[in-house]
Ligand binder design. Structure first.
Ligand SMILES: Cc1cc2nc3c(=O)[nH]c(=O)nc-3n(C[C@H](O)[C@H](O)[C@H](O)COP(=O)(O)OP(=O)(O)OC[C@H]3O[C@@H](n4cnc5c(N)ncnc54)[C@H](O)[C@@H]3O)c2cc1C
Length: 440
């Protein structure tokens, strides 16, 4: 292939596929390169794609029976101690309406399906014969000429383009190679995610979680779930499987000398979890690094002349306890990256000033607005008072509040006071409340 592309995209994850779809729809000639055997082959995710950008890429995607497993109409946030669980539980038929607020996806299936949709868009474009999705190729180098990205190298082969979109995910070696993330990334800003997929008879799963048709549930966990290690847990209902897993602070794991898989086993043995997964068969285990949502991880500059970085390669992720948002950010940033490239092509201007428009658009989008607005919440989630003492306190209170005994019942206020004294102090709670009110 000696021809030159308008753009080369590295990585066919959510960000790369969103960028590719946008380029294809705008008649751009591009090459999308993926190191896995097929898009999705290397991707791990707990599984809820939040927001409605998918509907922009594939209008009425809900009419298709592929790619996604269930829509979320039931959300739960659970505080755990060793034996108990206290949940904030919300279910609404509002969430049954399209476009859904979130859909559960299994990435190996979803990425493949989205890649097929990109191929359909390529086939319908002016470049049906010279735009390509190329799996099984590892990009080893971004080729630069006088400070401008001009293509990529894989092994001995080189491919050239007016522009490059780096969408390589969290292990952002190429982003580092071009000097956009040259600062040391501290281990306490990085988490590791471990996940199991547990298979059930579909009817058993639907009855157990009160699922109706394609409805689904997402449950996040704080407290005992992580056996004292910084992080949290999650459980999502897929079509006939559950995704269950943890995200754990790397630094804390090392300092406490604990292993992710051992902690996952402890989590699974918790009384409420063991009841949820009873009778299921583990069919998959995976582990993957994941950003913490700390803004300090995001490179200051996400562009160079002829080049932009999107998705988790740019560490765009948020986890403030309510949900992990990485795929929706990847999707939106992939779309914005492609729009900047289309604009550059139309004006024949691939300079830094032109590529900066991508970062400006990202800053103006909900992605950076949320990341900026909820930094305090991200840090609060990792505060030991919030992640350890609060769940114990809440569960202790719950245990007393819901116990009916043949003796005089205490007022809830007194029960709460006792729980506060046992696990924390009013002063600590006032500080937490103050931080919480500012963070949320
Ligand atoms: C356990 C766990 C649970 C999660 N849960 C959720 C969740 O519920 N909701 C959510 O929104 N997010 C979740 N995330 C985060 C989410 O998975 C990521 O933020 C998202 O996948 C980022 O998308 P991306 O396209 O930027 O990167 P990726 O999905 O990682 O895709 C990058 C792609 O680039 C390819 N690639 C990398 N380097 C090269 C190279 N040199 N050459 C060619 N190809 C290359 C990779 O093979 C991969 O296909 C979770 C993550 C983990 C680990």
């Amino acid at each position: 292939m000696d021809e030159k592309f308008d753009c080369i995209i590295v990585g066919a994850g959510v960000a790369g596929l969103a960028a590719a779809m946008t380029l294809a729809r705008n008649n751009m000639k591009f090459l999308l390169i993926e190191k896995g055997e097929f898009p999705g082959a290397k991707n791990v995710s707990g599984g809820v794609l939040w927001g409605s950008d998918l509907a922009k890429l594939v209008p009425n995607y809900w009419e298709e029976d592929a790619g996604w497993d269930r829509y979320i109409n039931h959300r739960r946030l659970t505080f755990m101690d060793e034996q108990s669980a206290f949940s904030i539980d919300f279910k609404s038929s509002h969430f049954n309406e399209t476009p859904y607020t979130g859909v559960v996806v299994l990435r190996s299936r979803f990425d493949r399906w989205l890649a097929d949709k990109v191929q359909e868009a390529i086939d319908a474009s002016d470049h049906s014969m010279d735009s390509f999705i190329a799996p099984n190729i590892l990009v080893e180098e971004i080729l630069m000429d006088s400070g401008k990205a001009v293509g990529i190298r894989t092994g001995e082969e080189k491919f050239y383009a007016d522009s490059v979109i780096i969408a390589e995910g969290v292990n952002n070696l190429l982003t580092r190679q071009v000097g956009l993330q040259d600062k040391y990334v501290p281990a306490d800003h990085i988490l590791t995610g471990v996940k199991e997929i547990i298979r059930f008879d579909q009817k058993v799963l639907e009855d157990r979680f009160q699922l109706n048709g394609k409805s689904g549930m997402s449950n996040e966990f704080v407290g005992f779930a992580t056996d004292g290690v910084e992080g949290g847990g999650f459980l999502y209902t897929n079509r006939d499987t559950l995704s269950i897993g943890l995200v754990l602070g790397l630094k804390d794991l090392r300092e406490k000398e604990k292993k992710p898989h051992d902690i996952l086993n402890i989590f699974k043995q918790h009384p409420i979890i063991s009841d949820m997964i009873r009778g299921g068969e583990v069919v998959e285990y995976s582990a993957h690094v994941v950003s913490s949502g700390d803004k300090r991880l995001i490179p200051e500059k996400l562009y160079k002349s002829g080049l932009v970085v999107c998705g988790e390669a740019a560490n765009l992720l948020m986890n403030a306890g309510k949900a992990i948002q990485g795929m929706d950010y990847a999707m939106r940033s992939g779309i914005l990256a492609a729009e900047a490239i289309i604009n550059a092509k139309n004006t024949n201007d691939f300079t830094e000033a032109s590529m900066k428009k991508y970062q400006d658009a990202l800053e103006a989008s909900y992605v950076m607005k949320d990341i900026n607005n909820f930094q305090d919440a991200v840090h609060l989630l990792h505060d030991p008072v919030m992640s350890r003492k609060m769940p114990n306190l809440i569960c202790d209170f719950g245990r007393n509040f819901f116990s009916i005994k043949t003796e005089p019942t205490q007022k809830a206020r007194k029960m709460l006071g006792k729980a506060v004294k046992k696990h924390s102090s009013y002063w600590e709670l006032i500080k937490l409340g103050w931080k919480g009110s500012r963070a949320l």
